[in-house]
Design a protein around this ligand. Structure first.
Ligand SMILES: Cc1cc2nc3c(=O)[nH]c(=O)nc-3n(C[C@H](O)[C@H](O)[C@H](O)COP(=O)(O)OP(=O)(O)OC[C@H]3O[C@@H](n4cnc5c(N)ncnc54)[C@H](O)[C@@H]3O)c2cc1C
Length: 303
């Protein structure tokens, strides 16, 4: 069944303040009463998640705030200590950015493997995060790179470590009057960058245009024979995109011998919590996650 258009209200905001003012009104700020959920404004960026729901008649009728035209949410800027990506950065802009390809190649790879060209031209990083699908492809890469999110409302701005942003299935630390404005990726020192190894693998039913059965992002910095700054994050294996600190702890400072790798695989198997669903089974997902960890650590021998 398709959605019934007259039940939807939509406005396009031209500036950040205009958007935040509407969001604040709906949330009961600006001295107005808090509106029931159907009367609050929900942001719509590229629309590649929301319009699918709309077409299927599954998008709740209500008020939608188009943020696509807000310049303050665009652009990728490079500073010595970090790279900032505006929330409206599209997958295409991410995949075409040369510095991201050098220093954050797992994010580039995630963008390359997200949908096809049309989706990449329209789908945004902010939307990928706020849609909060555990199967989304950019979150494992963002977790690996210690990303932080800037959330802004008329009440002010705050930074949230991305690792703390998702609090449960489709739940997140975003108040209804807040927008994700920027995603910040801290840069490593030149010496660490030279020694950093990046790994990203999306496993789906097909090689392209598939929703992940398992998505794995990992990175480490080589310290002689040892691994340091180990980061491991997965998608489609838990209710939220999952960073795996217990598995990282097994590997941090260690030489990746067969025994260490086996121990890390065992811990990873207990740290993730995959389910059976239409795309895969928990057993398959657990086995693939452990095999990808092996493949990731084999990179230590290659570099
Ligand atoms: C054919 C197809 C293939 C796809 N393939 C993939 C894939 O391979 N991998 C993948 O990960 N995804 C895929 N997607 C899903 C989708 O393209 C992505 O999740 C995309 O990043 C969503 O971004 P958007 O700007 O279009 O979000 P929208 O649909 O505009 O919004 C999604 C959600 O985010 C919220 N939101 C958007 N921006 C903000 C903001 N700045 N602040 C706060 N909330 C915000 C909206 O309110 C909404 O809840 C696919 C979708 C389609 C239709």
């Amino acid at each position: 069944m398709r959605a019934y258009l007259p039940e939807y209200e939509a406005v396009s905001a031209r500036t950040l303040v205009e958007a935040l003012t509407l969001l604040a009104q709906g949330a009961g700020g600006l001295d107005g009463p808090a509106q029931p959920p159907g009367r609050r404004w929900q942001p719509i960026a590229g629309g590649t998640d929301l319009m699918v729901l709309f077409s299927a008649g599954k998008l709740p009728a209500g008020r939608y705030l188009d943020i696509w035209g807000i310049e303050e949410l665009r652009g990728i800027t490079v500073a010595p200590s970090h790279i900032d990506l505006g929330a409206l950065s599209t997958f295409t802009q991410v995949r075409q950015h040369p510095l991201l390809a050098c220093e954050f190649s797992s994010l580039t790879q995630a963008a390359i493997e997200s949908g096809a060209i049309a989706i990449q031209n329209r789908g945004t990083l902010g939307g990928n995060i706020a849609n909060a699908s555990p199967a989304a492809d950019s979150p494992p890469a963002l977790l690996c790179y210690d990303a932080e999110l800037e959330l802004v409302s008329l009440r002010g701005a705050r930074w949230v470590p991305y690792a703390e942003f998702h609090t449960g299935y489709k739940q997140m630390q975003r108040a209804s009057d807040e927008l994700i404005v920027r995603i910040r990726l801290p840069r490593l020192s030149a010496v660490e960058r030279e020694r950093q190894v990046h790994y990203y693998r999306k496993v789906g039913t097909r090689k392209a245009q598939a929703i992940s059965k398992v998505c794995f992002a990992g990175s480490f910095v080589r310290d002689g024979e040892r691994l340091s700054r180990v980061r491991i994050a997965l998608g489609s294996v838990a209710p939220i995109p999952l960073r795996c600190p217990r598995t990282e702890a097994v590997l941090e400072g260690a030489v990746p011998t067969s025994a260490v790798i086996a121990a890390a695989q065992e811990v990873l198997g207990s740290e993730i919590a995959p389910i059976d669903d239409i795309r895969s089974t928990q057993d398959y997902r657990r086995t693939v996650a452990q095999n990808l960890l092996f493949d990731f650590l084999a990179q230590a021998a290659l570099h």
